[in-house]
Write a protein that binds this ligand. Structure first.
Ligand code: D61
Ligand code: MG
Length: 852
């Protein structure tokens, strides 16, 4: 890691001692610090800066100043949460976190993102001598506009409205020179592009521990600039290292495995905005596509009281940077939609939202009836009832009956697979489902909380303890139809929840807490044009579906029906299970979600395909016939993105042992890949809802019993998609190469899996037979021995017996007994072998044991 960093070789201690002794940086670094003399000298206005009046100089040149000096002398602009100027206060006061001001003082700041001519971003690592956030990596330069300068660094609301914000730009030029030694002529004011503002606070817990007395609380102006040449002479008092990076390089550096620490503000920008803004620098710098002077994007540190951040929630967090990293958005209410379920018989008609306004593209009855295999599967499913449902027990309990009944009303797509789960997991999963469905109803209701938007956030964030700990908890006026009834009678669900084992309750509660907090983060966002980056898209899917996967996995282990390590090793597999399902929903529901004003297609993808002719780029343009080609390319890219989860999903399912759990997991997955095959390059997605045939759904349900089944199924759908992608490829399509690659990957995986599972099966059978023969032989030895000695003909091995004359009645009884014992022993041992064999990877018995 260190090898590629430009390090400034000056031991910190020696450096600061010398600095203090000589008070001259110039003396130590004659060449490097020449530029400091060229710095524009800003006049301080004494009216604005009371503490500065006391200072011996009224010029800000950064020379001779220690970090402590800056703390006392720099006068920051204290603002309210609408960014209106209140007063000024020195840097020290602003950044002090004390019981009187636990979040310091909210003040104005800026963050410069400087790109070189090849589009690489300049990063800096803050010096060890910085008081706040020492040694963290961050964007090019972050600091504050100060009061008391001529020309002024204080922008007015008008400066903001016209987007010029010359004040913060002047401050940026001043600090680029001071921190990095960039001459001001290389970064002229007009080249800066102001994009938007961020409001966040964070205690510097990574440096000062949980009771940190230092931190940031800022409204941060994001400034982009691209320059053809830049001369760097970093100031060792400010900067430890600098580095130019491309986006992939940055992502690699931000990976937890790098062990590097990152500033909280950079982390937010890098995760939420940077990929999009960086993707097309020309667009960002020369147009107003991403210019948003009105919004203040608000972020808070994680809501988790322990300050712990789960690695899956904040993929970029490193142990070293938590808990100061991983900020989450603060609330602002907005609309939210409801999506129809992923598969099977739809839940439409019972849900809120625009479903019903939109046309459903379904196949004709004739086309359905022509598929004999599917009709057969549907009939068998309906009449032969091959998968018995579990009686959840305490059938006399009215609350349990309520839950069982509610499940069927609020989810037709998951109800059937949940009901066939074995005892010890079935009722638990029913409760898990109902709790999350209730939470989702709160999230999706766009009317109930209009008067008090904060209430929605409080309900989402607090649901896990407010609702789940109160056996009388009910909610009125939220949701519609059966979902409203679920909330009105939620006390019944809570009582059943409280009767579950502590282990199960812990899992359900933990997932509810994290999903509620995640949903609250997204309530705040304007999703009219989709999510921003692919990262944000994955994060949303993680909250609403990946967490379900994680929770279910822990419950499988908790029930004792699956191995504990399913939940403890390779946890990303469970997340992928959920992401694959949720993404399939999101792709299929493009139109419905867009009409609802809450879309999820990531801008990072669709803006690349969006028709450039449309001035105000809108996701809605895809619904117009004239943009069909581009819309289809975008759709194909998202299908490809979803397919990337398939290898993880197959790996996850191959680790399951219990047939019912296997089916519970596999059925939604096969429905999803069938849906993806159906929507791939399908223009109907832009004019209505595309669904798979009912018969196909039944057939898939009947044929999701073993890994062998899954390999056949996934390979077949991947093959179908690949054939269409290959045809597009010939026409010079840009996305299809990627699609072909992932389909090929899936097919290879299936082929290998198939081969190893048939090999395993054959091997198992051969071993079985050999073992049985051996047992039988051993068991027969005493029989034959008896035969040999008792017969007067010299023993069995010497001479075959024509007739067993000469044997007594007792001998016959003994022989019969021996034969019986050996047969029973053989059967028992082969049974044991078959049990032991299964966990070793053989999946061969699954369909048989399920059919039985
Ligand atoms: C194995 C088996 C089932 C799995 C799995 C692994 C991993 C994840 C999932 C199921 C969940 C997949 C969800 C896909 C469908 N999306 C939704 O229902 C959206 O709501 C998400 C929030 C509530 C999640 C509730 C849920 C769903 C399925 C479960 C479950 C809980 C508990 C146990 C078993 C399955 C969607 O909601 C549609 C709507 O509101 O109408 C949305 O709002 O986006
Ligand atoms: Mg929802």
């Amino acid at each position: 890691m260190c090898a590629f960093l430009v390090r400034i070789k000056m031991p910190f201690l020696a450096r600061s001692v010398v600095l203090r002794l000589t008070h001259s940086v110039h003396f130590l670094f004659p060449r490097r610090y020449d530029h400091l003399n060229n710095m524009p000298r800003f006049k301080l206005s004494s009216i604005f800066s009371p503490s500065r009046k006391k200072s011996s100089t009224n010029e800000w040149n950064g020379r001779n100043m220690t970090q402590e000096d800056f703390m006392r002398k720099d006068e920051c602009l204290v603002v309210d949460d609408r960014d209106l100027l209140l007063r000024t206060e020195n840097k020290y006061k602003c950044h002090r976190f004390t019981p009187e001001q636990p979040r310091g003082l909210l003040h104005r700041a800026f963050s410069v993102f400087l790109f070189d001519k090849t589009g690489r971003l300049l990063l800096q690592q803050r010096a060890a001598s910085k008081i706040t956030f020492p040694q963290v990596w961050t964007n090019t330069c972050c600091s504050h506009p100060l009061s008391g300068f001529t020309p002024t660094e204080v922008d007015t609301p008008e400066d903001l409205a016209n987007g010029k914000v010359k004040g913060v730009k002047r401050a940026a030029i001043r600090k680029l020179q001071h921190e990095l030694g960039i001459p001001s002529f290389q970064v002229p004011l007009r080249k800066f592009k102001f994009l938007t503002r961020l409001h966040y606070w964070a205690a510097d817990a990574a440096t000062y521990g949980p009771a940190a007395e230092w931190g940031e609380h800022e409204i941060d102006y994001v400034l982009f600039i691209q320059v053809p040449t830049v001369t760097l002479r970093p100031n060792p008092e400010e900067v430890n290292a600098v580095k130019f990076v491309s986006l992939p390089e940055l992502q690699e550096m931000m990976h937890p495995s790098s062990g590097l620490r990152w500033s909280p503000w950079f982390r937010i920008i890098a995760e939420r905005f940077l990929p999009l803004w960086w993707a097309d620098l020309k667009l960002t710098l020369r147009t107003n596509t991403y210019f948003d002077p009105t919004t203040i994007h608000r972020f808070e540190p994680p809501t988790d009281p322990t300050g712990n951040i789960s690695p899956s929630e904040f993929a970029q967090d490193t142990a070293a940077s938590a808990p100061s990293g991983g900020l989450v958005p603060m609330g602002r209410a907005s609309a939210s939609p409801t999506l129809p379920p992923a598969f099977g018989k739809g839940d439409e008609g019972k849900k809120q939202g625009a479903y019903g306004k939109i046309k459903s593209h379904s196949e004709s009855l004739v086309s359905q009836l022509l598929r004999v295999d599917e009709v057969g599967a549907a009939l068998r499913l309906k009449f032969a009832r091959p998968f018995p449902e579990t009686d959840v027990g305490h059938a006399g309990d009215a609350d349990v009956r309520f839950c069982a009944d509610m499940l069927g009303r609020v989810s037709r797509s998951f109800a059937a697979v949940i009901r066939q789960l074995p005892k010890g997991l079935c009722l638990e999963t029913v409760v898990f489902y109902l709790v999350l469905r209730a939470l989702d109803t709160v999230e999706d209701d766009m009317e109930a909380f209009q008067k008090d938007p904060g209430a929605k956030l409080r309900h989402l964030r607090g649901f896990y303890h407010v609702a789940l700990e109160d056996p009388e908890f009910k909610m009125h006026g939220v949701g519609k139809g059966d979902e409203a009834r679920l909330l009105e009678n939620f006390d019944r669900v809570v009582r059943v929840f409280q009767g579950l084992t502590p282990g199960m309750r812990t899992v359900i509660k933990d997932i509810t807490r994290r999903m509620g907090a995640g949903m609250a983060d997204f309530v705040d966002k304007d999703l009219g044009q989709g999510t921003i980056s692919l990262q944000e898209y994955d994060l949303y899917c993680h909250y609403v579906a990946g967490l379900v996967g994680e929770g279910l996995t822990r419950m499988f282990a908790e029930s004792g029906l699956e191995a504990p390590d399913l939940a403890t090793s390779r946890q990303e597999l469970a997340n992928s299970m959920g992401l694959f399902l949720q993404k399939t929903n999101i792709i299929r529901d493009y139109l419905e979600d867009f009409v609802d004003g809450r879309a999820f297609w990531p801008q990072e993808v669709w803006k690349r395909h969006a028709p450039s002719a449309v001035p105000a780029q809108s996701l809605g343009a895809f619904a117009e016939a004239e943009h069909r080609e581009r819309a289809l390319a975008c759709l194909d890219e998202l299908v490809t993105n979803a397919l990337e989860h398939v290898p993880d999903c197959l790996a996850y399912m191959s680790r399951l042992h219990t047939p019912q759990i296997f089916r519970f997991c596999a059925i939604p997955q096969v429905m999803a890949i069938a849906t993806l095959e159906k929507v791939y390059h399908n223009p109907d997605v832009f004019t209505g809802v595309v669904k798979i045939r009912k018969g196909l759904a039944c057939k898939l349900i009947m044929e999701a019993n073993s890994m062998g089944d899954l390999y056949t199924c996934f390979s077949s759908f991947a093959g179908k998609i690949a054939r269409r992608a290959a045809a597009l490829e010939k026409r010079g399509d840009s996305v299809s190469a990627q699609t072909l690659r992932v389909c090929e990957e899936i097919r290879v995986l299936c082929k290998e899996g198939e081969a190893s599972s048939t090999n395993t099966k054959k091997y198992a059978r051969a071993l079985h037979a050999a073992f049985a023969a051996l047992l039988l032989a051993i068991a027969l030895v005493p029989v034959l021995a008896l035969w040999g000695t008792e017969s007067s003909r010299g023993g069995f091995f010497a001479r075959p017996i024509e007739s067993p004359a000469g044997l007594s009645g007792a001998d016959y009884v003994q022989m019969a007994f021996n034969v019986l014992v050996s047969v029973v022993a053989t059967l028992a041992l082969s049974y044991v072998v078959s049990k032991v064999w299964r966990p070793l990877g053989g999946q061969g018995n699954r369909s048989r044991s399920l059919a039985a």
